[in-house]
Structures are given as structure tokens and as C-alpha cells.
Design a binder for this molecule. Sequence first.
Ligand code: GLA
Length: 700
Amino acid sequence: MNALHRLTAAHLDLIVDTSSTPTIRYFGAPLGEVDTTSVIRALERPLVPGGLDVEPPLAIVPEAGGGFFGRPGLLGHRPTGIDHAPQFTVAGVERSDNSLRVDCVDDVAALRLAITISLDEALIASVSVHNDGPTRYHLDALTVTLPLPDHVDQLLLFDGRWAREFATRRVDWGEGTHQIDNRRGRTSHEHPPLLFAGQRGFGEWRGDVWGAHLAWSGNHSIRAERLADGRRYVQLGELLQPGEVVLESGESYRTPDVIAVHGYGLTPASWGFHRTVRRRGPQRVTPRAVVANTWEAMYFDHDPDAVRALADAAAAVGVERFVLDDGWFGGRRGDTAGLGDWVVSEDVYPDGLAPLIDHVRGLGMEFGIWVEPEMVNTDSELYRAHPDWVLVDQRRAPVLGRNQLVLDITRDDAFAHVLGQLDALLVDHDIAYVKWDMNRPLVAPATSGAPGTRRHTLALYRLFDELRERHPNVEFESCAGGGGRIDLEILRRTERVWASDCIDPLERQAIQRGLSMLLPPEVVGAHIGAPRAHTTQRTSRTSFRTATALFGHLGVECDIGAQTPGEQARIAEAIALYRRFRPLIHAGDVVRFDTEDSVMAHGAYAADRGEALVSFAQLTRSQQQVPARWLLPGLPFDARYTIRRIDLPGEVLGMAFSQPAWWAAGEPLVLTGRQLALHGLQPPVLHPETAVLVHLDRVV
Ligand code: GLA
């Protein structure tokens, strides 16, 4: 049996060796026509002096039992401690054009592994372990390991916090280990399950770059290690609490999907993630509707007349979907009560929501609603009836977060209750969209005493799946105090994520840039807020807010009717601009450009490279008086483009005295893709916190 299996895709190549425990021998750019055995021979490694007589493979599930001294892929044991170092042999290989399944057995430990890999726009791998033995198997970890070549010596890591998600951090990857553990019970603001690794100095369009993501909305552990023998790997998997997974005889555990990409430069590498989201996520036929959200417009102050007035003002500027945020249900007049009671508040809406929904529909908009189904306030009907339905060790005092507790939806009764209330809400009302929030992390979550994060995450997925099945036309958004639950598994069940509670455009430029390394723009909620941002108190121009929110799924989040007539007109202009460019931005390829630190430049190239829209934002003042030339690589060299400035709503200050002549005159330039890549464009001199837009149209 040939033990080398090669999967090829348009942008990727993969060679897996199944002569022993399955090992990736090559993953990266297409190799072209090659004899796969030559890859193995070329990369055969000499033995390490002073080491073992064999070099254990850096397998997809590396084995301590075979002498691997890094972190084993499978960690666990039986009650007496035996079977802690299993060793598998390959029992069968099944392959199709672009996927591979390898079954492995360890007859001594009575365990089986199944490894599945597919290759398309990305490599998607998962592993499952099955307990064939007569006793329990306590699973501590099962992860997917990807080897990386030796010349990869820098990492791009992601940190963050509430209102500052997806901050990037570049670190040298010399000797040793980088370990990122998330124990917050949701994907988290702090540790998005994502990393990139590349050649030192890699940029948006240069250097060999690999990226890896764990598609999972609970706890996770990500490791990047360079072994003393020089080999490097990244390893991703769920972080399991002690006792969280115990496999009884005949039971299995499967890891979340690990999704890995490669490209020359970060921009092409991230296309693998974007295309995967576009293929795996819910398929849409209609354009992404412009949202108006009530939260920053009125917070908990829901007065039906005021809500109707906001809807009128929203419709007048061109909004297409009106979303009623927190405060419409039960006793929810503030953030201390009401969560758990998903019934319309009779105090606030004595006639129910139907008249409001009719009003919104009559204005030509869809209606959307906010819920936080996994949560409960102690001051709620639900908690008073079922104080034991919370995801804690019942013997201990729970830790509150935003005055709330987590509901134990792993219980059938609690699950059925939440499903029943949400289903009734969607059956009884004309609701097109649900913003699903999760405003606190899990702290020592327990169900019947046992650790509850994994079970909670699976129950959450089941709840989504069941609701989507019953209401296939309703769209969902994943929000968790902003961007606390953003991953490619929740995005199989939601059309959108709320990137951040911070809609200050200066902060959002950075948040959305980090996020764009994982997500395509059409799933990223991006709103135009009030001139003074609520989370930072910073004031910004409408033009800057527009240029920032345009590269996402646009919304407006402010008291629209209370803005000056001029501001309302500018918001209307912003929405018109979004509608014009939505087809390009939402189907094209995200591009980011390398610039000096005071600038952020990015945009979208149409898939056929027939047009492009790019943005140049001056964030802070630069050391140099005239900004550096803007290089725009990645367009076909011989294609010719007409290049025009696109005017944003309102003023972009500073341009009157310091702009290139073609720019000032509003005259188009014609340049080739080669020119754009090699000598680029001279941007105007801009004040800080301003942005400009440029459109490129291919000359046929
Ligand atoms: C979270 C969300 C906000 C808003 C509030 C409501 O913070 O991120 O957008 O929905 O909850 O309580």
C-alpha cells in the first residue's frame, strides 16, 4: 500500500505519510508535478547525537509512547493510570479527491483514533478517539498538530479585551514554546483561537505565512513549540478541565475542526479563512441589510413612541433592518433583572410588539430582536421558579458577571424551556433577525457537579441548530459583549458577528484589521455611531466613521433623529455609498497593505480583479510630512485601471492645501497593475483620524 497520500487544491498542497502514525510531510503552496517520494527523501532527517535510535515523527497526534518529547497529541489514562502513553498503528486509509480518513488502533490500550483531513481553500483536520476497552478512559487532551518548516521564525498572536478585540502582537519564535490558554468558557475577547506563523519580517504581501484557527466556541489551548532538535509545530485543541471528558466503554470524543491556511503574505493567507467562512456558513441570497440598532440610541429606556420615532428616522436615512436591542422583555428595565424571561414586557409594550413590528415593516424595513438565551438574572421569573437551573456547583456561592448567572442548558428541562420561549417569540412575530448575546464568561461551570464548558458549548450549538431548523429564514448574529464569541464554528450557525462594543472608528480600524485576518467583511457588524463615541468619548468626523464602517456589514447605532439635519444627510449618504459598494466588498478579496504605523490601508479587490475599492486612513500624525507612497500589489500586472477618488460624506479636513493635483481636480488616473505594485500612488497629506477612498476600475 502506498503510504504517501497527496491532496491538491488550487492554492494548497498536502502530503500525508501513513507508514506509521499519520504525519504531515508537506503543507503549503502547490508543488507542481513531483514524485512524492522525493519529498520524503529530500527531507529525511539524520538522527540526533545523544538522542534516541529513532526520531519519533512529528505526527498529527504525536506520541509520547514513541519517544516524542513535545506535548503529546493524546493525553489520558484509565482509572489505574495505565494506557497513558498509547501507540497507534494504521488500520485503514480511505481517500477521495480532496479528503482523507485514517483509522488507527492501539490494541494494547484498546483505543482507536480516526483522523480526517480535507483540503480545499484551507486544510480542515479533526481527530476522534474511541474507547474500545472495558474500563473508563479519562481524556485530558486531544489536539491536532501541524508541523511547520524551520524557516518560520515569527508568530503573529492575537490578544484583546472587551471593546478592544483582535489586537495583534508579533513575537520572535526562537527556542521554546508559546502557549495560549483560554478558560473563559466562550471563544473570548482575550484569546481568539488564531495564530499566524511566518518567515521573519513577513508582511501582507511577502514571506511564507501559515495560519491556524480552532473552530470552537468554548475553552481552547494553542501551542507553538520549537523542539530542541529544530522541528517546529503548532498544536490546537479544546482545553479540557479535569474530569470534563470521561469516555465510558464504547464512547468517543471528537476534536473541533482545526482550519489551516497558507499564502505568500498575510493577505493571501487569510483568503483561505474567508473562503472557508463563505462556504461553510449559512448561504445567503439577499444583500446584507443596513441595520439600525437601538442600544446606543436608547439603552434600557424603551418608550414605544421613542422607538417608533427612531424607526422613522432610520427609514428616512435608508436603513433596511431595525433591531430592538436589550430592554424589551420581562422585568428588564436595567441590567440587574429580567434575563431568562423571554416574553414581551407588558409594562413597556402594553399592546405587545406587533404594532411596533407592523410600523417597522410598514416603513419597508425588516425587524430584528436582541436575546441572551444562555443567561438568567436572580431577579427573574425563571430563576424564582428554577433556582437550580444554573451552571454552577450547587454547593458553592456563584460568581456573578454583569449581575447574571449562566443557565444550565445542558439540562433537558432548561433547554426545552429556552427553546420553547425563543420558538414562540419567532412564531408569534414577524422577526427576520436575532442578535444573540452572551455577556459574561463562565466561571467554574458545573452540571451535576462535573465541569460544564464543553457540554454547554454543545448544547448551545444544538439550540442554534434546532431554532435554525424551525426558522430557516431567520438570520442570527453572534455577540458576546461585542466580539467575545467569534470563531468558525459559531459562524456555521450565524450570519454575522458583532465585532466590538467599541464603535469609535479609530479603535475600530485596528479591531477590524485584526478581525479581517480571520473573517470576510460581510459577516463583521460595523456601525456608524454618534459623533462622540460612547465607549471612549472621542469625537470623530462622519467621513472617518463611514470609511471605517463601510468595510463590514453596515449599521447605524445612535439616536438618528436627534442628530443635526446635516448629520442625518451624511448618514444617508454613507448608506448610499455602502449600497453601491456592498456587492464588491462582500464578495471580493480583502486586501491589507503594509504602511507606516500611523496609517492603516486596506480594501477589497473584486474576485475577477475587474474593480477595487481601497481605503487609506491616517490614524495618528506621522513623523514625515508627506505620507509614504501607497503600494497596491496583487492586481494583474498588465491590467489597466482607471483610478478615481471617491468622496465620503462630510469633510475630510486637511486636503485643501496638500493633495496631489489629480486628486484635487477629481480627475481619474490610468495605471497598470504593475505600476500600482511597483511605484504605487502618492496619498494626500491628511490630518489624524481621517480617511480617503479610492476606486479602481479595470479598463477593458
Ligand atoms: C452587549 C452587546 C451590546 C448590547 C448590550 C445589551 O454588551 O455587545 O451591543 O446588546 O449587550 O445589554
